[in-house]
Ligand binder design. Structure first.
Ligand code: PLP
Length: 489
């Protein structure tokens, strides 16, 4: 059931052995008759010299050192590391959609445009918005675009508004992208129930309020029950509501942000909609807007007339393009395949995600402190526990606990986020784990907690069973080893 970490593996350069070959090159190739003398190398390139078997084993070992959603549970809160159906990979790799160049004329890529158009329509339906652009490449990128749209909207009305309201539970990208778009960030505190403090919000809004960026459920996994009132307060003050929809896994198919009063919604296609992520790989942060904001979207949009799809650049007030070509198309194909394969059962995703998160929390709540649980007993797709008491009793930190979990062959939760919880472990099991896995994961966490009390120094020295032992984080940032040649042996 659990991932077995492999021992350290040397690089291909270190494994190289002079004269060893995987491929016999025909002698004629070595002659290079057509390469002019002055362009030829003086010395042969320093390529690793290995047999085919060595190369195959090397890469298999590397793949086994890696940990991913295909290896085991990956409960990294706020990241939605769900299992990604292999169907999506097959579709994204298909020649039918991939053997095209983004500069091809629309008449030659009608199928690709149809995928984009239909995906945008499905996302509009899921979010309760009217028009969707697929251009942004990530959630943070989408937030930046959303903030620019909010800015353009107010300027268009001759309205000077420079403040973006952001709750203290927000994902770090929310204040960052608002600030990058030129806004002053005004932090709104949470109340004792872990939800936006309505009085504080009322006191903060005014004629300078451009908008509110909100994640619902928030990063504590708590649903903002007063979202109707929140939307009313911001709209009455003339502001717009931006929904950080990285968390759509909590309510997809069950509720729509558009109905809650949001004017702009983003989707992390790489989280909720099944593109593998986490290695910084390509994502997509599509954005949906209510129709009154349509004229600010980036161009082009895919439009349909009759059976024909075309690219429309006729968006006069557009805030401008944020991504070349059409965005990360392969991510869109996976999202499209995912939505089509689930169809009307899409609501099961969020239903199970929420059930799994509450089940796991129930297994842990007698052993770990769950902040705000007395006022707000249930969680949505994720929950946050605090290791503050464990730290006080034993000196072991949340980070030490996270490292110790690796020894048991599971991935650690997110740590130290959200910042409103001290020594936080933020746990998001996702809908794709079975109950047995959740029970096993809870057992491991409880066992590690016991170890903190029995042998705190052992926990602080973890991990022991991984390819790399405990890293010195400060040394890693101050004197980074960026080449195998710099490695201490
Ligand atoms: C992941 C996440 C983001 C940022 O998305 P990126 O694609 O990583 O830029 C924003 N908000 C929340 C709540 C998230 O979980």
């Amino acid at each position: 059931m659990f991932h077995q970490a492999r021992h350290d593996e040397r690089t291909v350069f270190e494994l190289s052995s002079p004269g060893r070959r995987g491929l016999k090159v025909p002698a004629a190739w070595g002659k290079c008759p057509d390469v002019p003398e002055n362009l030829r190398r003086d010395d042969p390139p320093e390529l690793p010299e290995m047999s085919v078997r060595e190369v195959v084993r090397h890469y298999v070992v590397l793949s086994q050192m890696n940990y991913g959603v295909d290896s085991g549970i990956y409960p990294l809160g706020s990241c939605t590391m769900k299992f990604n159906p292999k169907l999506g990979e097959a579709m994204a790799a298909s020649d039918h959609v991939m053997s095209h160049h983004p500069h091809e004329a629309p008449t030659f890529v009608q199928g690709n445009l149809a995928i984009m158009h239909e995906l945008a329509a499905m996302l509009a339906c899921i979010s309760g918005t009217d028009v969707v652009t697929l251009q942004p490449a990530a959630g943070a990128h989408a937030e930046f675009l959303g903030a620019k749209i909010i800015d353009a909207f107010h300027r268009g009305n001759g309205d000077e508004r420079d403040e973006m309201l952001v709750p203290d539970t927000a994902h770090g990208t929310n204040p960052a992208s608002s600030a990058m778009a030129g806004f002053k960030v005004v932090e709104i505190p949470s109340g004792p129930d872990g939800q936006v403090d309505i009085d504080a919000l009322r006191a903060a809004v005014g004629s300078r309020t451009a908008g509110l960026m909100l994640t619902n459920p928030n990063t504590l996994g708590i649903y903002e029950e007063r979202i109707g009132a929140i939307a009313g307060i911001v709209h009455d003050a003339g502001g717009l509501l931006y929904y950080d929809g990285a968390n759509l896994n909590a309510l997809i198919g069950q509720a729509t942000p558009g109905d809650m009063g949001f004017d702009i919604v983003h989707f992390n296609l790489h989280k909720t909609f099944s593109t593998p992520h986490g290695g910084g790989g390509p994502g997509a942060g599509a954005i949906g807007v209510k129709s009154f904001l349509k004229e600010y979207l980036p161009a082009p949009l895919v439009v349909q007339s009759g059976d024909e799809y075309a690219l429309s650049y006729d968006i006069p007030k557009s805030v401008g393009r944020v991504r070349q070509h059409h965005g990360n198309f392969a991510v869109m194909v996976r999202a499209y395949a995912y939505l089509l394969s689930l169809g009307s059962e899409i609501g099961d995703v969020s239903y199970r995600a929420v059930v799994n998160s509450n089940y796991l929390m129930t297994l842990l709540k007698d052993e770990f402190e769950v902040p705000f649980i007395t006022k707000t007993p249930h969680r949505m797709h994720e929950f946050v526990v605090s290791c503050e008491k464990i730290r006080g009793d034993t000196g072991v930190t949340a980070l030490d606990i996270a490292r110790r979990l690796l020894d048991y062959g599971v991935h650690a939760p997110t740590v130290y986020f959200p910042q409103v919880v001290k020594e936080a472990l933020m746990i998001e099991p996702t809908e794709t784990e079975e109950p047995e896995m959740l029970e096993a994961f809870a057992d491991i966490l409880i066992r590690v907690k016991q170890e903190c009390y029995d042998d705190p120094d052992m926990v602080k020295g973890a991990p022991y069973n991984t390819a790399r032992r405990k890293l010195d984080l400060y040394k890693a940032t101050k004197t980074p080893v960026i080449s195998w040649m710099m490695r201490e042996r």
